[in-house]
Write a new protein. Structure first.
Length: 135
C-alpha cells in the first residue's frame, strides 16, 4: 500500500505545477500496477482547499466527489490519540517546519504499517518513510 500526500493530488490536476508531468506519469503507473492507495481526511482537506484556490471551487468539488467515492482509495482518519502523537511530532520536527497534516500522516502511516508515500515533500523521507517516485 502507498500513502498519497497532498502534492501528488494537486500536481495531477494543476498543469502549471512543477511536478505535474511526474505526477501524471506516476498516477498512470499506480493505476497500471493496481497498487492499493491510502490517504487521510486531513490530506484531502488540504487538497480540496488548495484545488479550490488554484483551479476554482466547482472544479475542487467535482474532484472531491470523485475521490471520496473512489473504491481504490482508502481514507484514513485519526483517533484522538493519533492527534496527540502528531503534536509530539510537530514539536520534534519544529526546526524543519513540518505541517500538522504531515505529522498526522506519519502517525497514520505507522499505525497502518504503510512504509511508502507518494509525495514530493521530503519530510516523509526525514520521518523514516520511503518516498515514491524517486527524484
Amino acid at each position: 500500500m502507498i500513502f498519497i500526500d497532498t502534492g501528488p493530488f494537486l500536481a495531477r490536476h494543476i498543469e502549471r505545477d512543477q511536478h505535474h508531468r511526474t505526477a501524471v506519469a506516476a498516477w498512470r503507473r499506480l493505476a497500471g500496477d493496481g497498487r492499493r492507495c491510502a490517504t487521510s481526511n486531513f490530506v484531502l482537506d488540504e487538497t480540496f482547499t488548495l484545488l479550490g484556490r488554484r483551479a476554482g471551487y466547482a472544479f475542487a468539488a467535482d474532484r472531491a466527489r470523485g475521490l471520496l467515492a473512489s473504491p481504490s482509495l482508502l481514507i484514513l482518519r485519526p483517533v484522538p490519540e493519533d492527534e496527540v502523537q502528531a503534536v509530539e511530532l510537530l514539536e520534534k520536527f519544529a526546526d524543519q517546519e513540518v505541517s500538522f497534516t504531515d505529522c498526522i500522516s506519519f502517525v497514520l502511516m505507522r499505525r497502518h504499517r504503510i512504509r511508502c508515500a507518494f509525495a514530493f515533500d521530503r519530510h516523509f523521507e526525514r520521518a523514516g518513510f520511503q518516498v515514491w517516485p524517486q527524484a
